[in-house]
Design a protein around this ligand. Structure first.
Ligand SMILES: *[C@@H]1O[C@H](CO)[C@@H](O)[C@H](O)[C@H]1NC(C)=O
Ligand SMILES: *[C@@H]1O[C@H](CO)[C@@H](O)[C@H](O)[C@H]1NC(C)=O
Ligand SMILES: *[C@@H]1O[C@H](CO)[C@@H](O)[C@H](O)[C@H]1NC(C)=O
Ligand SMILES: *[C@@H]1O[C@H](CO)[C@@H](O)[C@H](O)[C@H]1NC(C)=O
Ligand SMILES: *[C@@H]1O[C@H](CO)[C@@H](O)[C@H](O)[C@H]1NC(C)=O
Ligand SMILES: *[C@@H]1O[C@H](CO)[C@@H](O)[C@H](O)[C@H]1NC(C)=O
Ligand SMILES: *[C@@H]1O[C@H](CO)[C@@H](O)[C@H](O)[C@H]1NC(C)=O
Ligand SMILES: *[C@@H]1O[C@H](CO)[C@@H](O)[C@H](O)[C@H]1NC(C)=O
Ligand SMILES: [Ca+2]
Length: 550
């Protein structure tokens, strides 16, 4: 099979379409756009909708296989009797001569040339053994049929034939339609025509005698599978109500699948004989020849693409709505925030896009370099950074951890972006600071880190209010209060209020046996702050003189 150069279907379909549009009413075109620009509260935005590619001639993109593979005539060369005249048997088929060869490609070339070009099988030399040929057309892509399948026979139309379809790339097959001069005899089926079908029996597989009757091959050469007559059961006789059909397709999977294929197979079971008796003496009269096969359809893109490209011998949808895959059959890798679903023709006439949202995505995982891990929060439909480093926090690691503040001279992605508050643990209320690094100070302390005392306070693991005065907090043992912050004690005394007697050892050596026993000063009168009281007593107890070493 010769393939055309890679090209976008959309580009060539514009040409194909003009012809097709003549057959279809205007309503057909509603679903071939994916989005349009609209003005909304947020200004100019995109309005997304259901979309599908234009219908096209799908025979440009298929691969054809014959079974048996050597069933094409001409190897070795053979002579045939003329179609209209079985007594003229000098038609030659020779695979090695281009003008006399009839390879399968000639079923898909552009017709209109004279004489017509066609594929031809070997003749029925093995009669009465059946002359069986399977012609398989494969797209390796799901496509949706939009018009009748039409086979044009250059020989007489076969007396028995089956058209089959596959939806799974040729793994399994179902019949589409049976064709015979005598349906009961050939397939034990009652003959029917597509006109016998109703909306309820549309999916029935019928045997028809329409396309095999008689021997008038000169005028009646086509065999059809009627797609449009089936569409018409929902869309009306002239397909004027495609919306109604689309509504049905949207809600009925069986109906959708009926018109969807990946492969077609024509099983030729018995060639035209034109008589009840086969002339055994002249079997060169019996063979199959097909000049043209028409398959109109579009790539199935699940209403998520309005164009389909043919590249490297492969059809694929150009998916929108954050979908991907040859049929747009799944969400893009980082857009699995919601389960996949097909777009919808409903509401008619604009449809619904079913746009997919991101989940955990390295693209959306913006953490200013402080993390490379994110997690998707379904409830909020949003992505947040996990394990922010460098003392950062927040959805994008854009904030400083508690106890840190923003370094004004560093960019957000700087490792030094957050500076420790460093609040003095004694002087400040907490280890937190404001945006410029200022801590919240306890009473009496000041400075950005609360490490200094206000006037009247004395640093002692924090700033303590004044230590001595001349009423309640008297310096004892002759001590003198200096600026309310300390007692200036005589040489023999020490302590906050000069209440401790220095030991002899400290003053110059141990003297008498009782020299270690300092008389305890009476505790100051009530009104002394509790803290000071405790400190004072602790100091008194702990710092009391010890016996001199012997
Ligand atoms: C085709 O090949 C098969 C087996 O390979 C052979 O039996 C048959 O005779 C061949 N037919 C023709 C027409 O060459
Ligand atoms: C077929 O029939 C024609 C006309 O009767 C005759 O000339 C020809 O020899 C026959 N061919 C064979 C193979 O019998
Ligand atoms: C054609 O297809 C049918 C159905 O799958 C199969 O049974 C048959 O062997 C195939 N080949 C020929 C030459 O009929
Ligand atoms: C069909 O398409 C798939 C990709 O979608 C590719 O891997 C495979 O090779 C194709 N098969 C044929 C027979 O071209
Ligand atoms: C794809 O997802 C993004 C969110 O990351 C969204 O902004 C965009 O609109 C989506 N695209 C379409 C076509 O729906
Ligand atoms: C996105 O979510 C889907 C399920 O909702 C999951 O299977 C997939 O692994 C997630 N993707 C990433 C990149 O985590
Ligand atoms: C603030 O950031 C600048 C730029 O990175 C850095 O040079 C400076 O050391 C940082 N300041 C502190 C206190 O970390
Ligand atoms: C932080 O506190 C200091 C002192 O109260 C003040 O001068 C500064 O404006 C504060 N900064 C911020 C960002 O609130
Ligand atoms: Ca042709």
């Amino acid at each position: 099979m010769r393939f055309p150069l890679a090209l976008t279907l959309q580009a060539m379909w514009t040409a194909v379409c003009q012809a097709a549009n003549a057959n279809y009413p205007a309503a057909w075109g509603h679903y071939d756009v994916c989005k349009s620009q609209v003005y909304s509260d947020e200004g100019l935005t995109w309005d997304y909708m259901a979309c599908q590619p234009e219908a096209a001639d799908m025979t440009q993109y298929l691969k054809v296989t014959l079974d048996p593979p050597n069933i094409t005539c001409g190897d070795p060369p053979e002579t045939y009797c003329a179609l209209e005249n079985p007594y003229m048997c000098n038609n030659e088929c020779d695979a090695s001569t281009e003008e006399l060869a009839h390879p399968p490609e000639l079923m898909f070339d552009i017709e209109g040339r004279n004489p017509t070009t066609f594929w031809q099988s070997t003749s029925w030399k093995k009669y009465p053994k059946a002359l069986l040929v399977n012609i398989t057309l494969s797209w390796n892509k799901t496509i949706e049929l939009t018009d009748d399948i039409v086979l044009t026979f250059e020989s007489g139309r076969p007396e028995q034939m089956v058209l089959e379809k596959s939806l799974d790339y040729g793994r399994s097959w179902q019949p589409y339609q049976f064709y015979a001069t005598d349906c009961l005899d050939a397939f034990t089926m009652e003959p029917k025509t597509v006109q016998d079908l109703t909306q309820h029996t549309l999916l029935d597989i019928i045997c028809t005698e329409e396309y095999s009757r008689g021997y008038v091959w000169k005028y009646d050469k086509t065999v059809r599978f009627e797609i449009k007559d089936r569409f018409a059961l929902f869309a009306g006789p002239r397909l004027h109500n495609m919306a109604s059909l689309y509504g049905q397709l949207d809600t009925t999977k069986n109906l959708r699948d009926f018109f969807t294929i990946t492969d077609l197979r024509v099983r030729l079971l018995r060639p035209a004989t034109g008589a009840t008796m086969v002339d055994e003496n002249n079997l060169s009269r019996y063979f199959y020849a097909i000049s043209d096969i028409k398959v109109q359809g579009r790539c199935k893109c699940n209403l998520h693409a309005n164009s389909c490209v043919y590249d490297k011998e492969k059809l694929s949808c150009e998916c929108e709505h954050n979908t991907t895959g040859p049929d747009c059959g799944r969400c893009k890798r980082n857009y699995q925030g919601r389960a996949w679903s097909a777009g919808s023709y409903l509401p008619i006439p604009k449809g619904t896009a079913n746009i997919f949202r991101p989940n955990v995505s390295s693209l959306d995982c913006e953490c200013f370099g402080h993390s490379n891990r994110c997690s998707y929060i379904e409830l909020l439909n949003t992505v947040i950074c996990v394990s922010c480093k460098h003392n950062t926090r927040g959805q994008h690691c854009q904030l400083c951890k508690l106890g840190y503040y923003r370094n004004a001279s560093a960019e957000l992605d700087d490792e030094n972006v957050c500076i420790e508050c460093n609040c003095n643990p004694f002087g400040s209320v907490s280890d937190r600071c404001n945006g410029t690094g200022f801590c919240i100070c306890k009473e009496g302390t000041t400075g950005p880190k609360c490490q200094e005392c206000l006037p009247g306070y004395l640093w002692d693991d924090g700033c303590k209010s004044r230590v001595c005065d001349n009423e309640l907090l008297r310096c004892q043992n002759g001590g003198v209060c200096v600026a309310n912050v300390r007692c200036s004690c005589p040489a023999a005394y020490t302590g906050l209020l000069c209440e401790k007697r220095r030991c002899e050892s400290e003053l110059g050596g141990c003297g008498g046996a009782d020299s270690g026993q300092a008389p305890l000063a009476a505790p100051p009168a009530g009104g002394l702050p509790l803290l000071l009281l405790l400190l004072g007593w602790a100091a008194l107890t702990e710092a009391s003189c010890r016996p001199c070493p012997l």
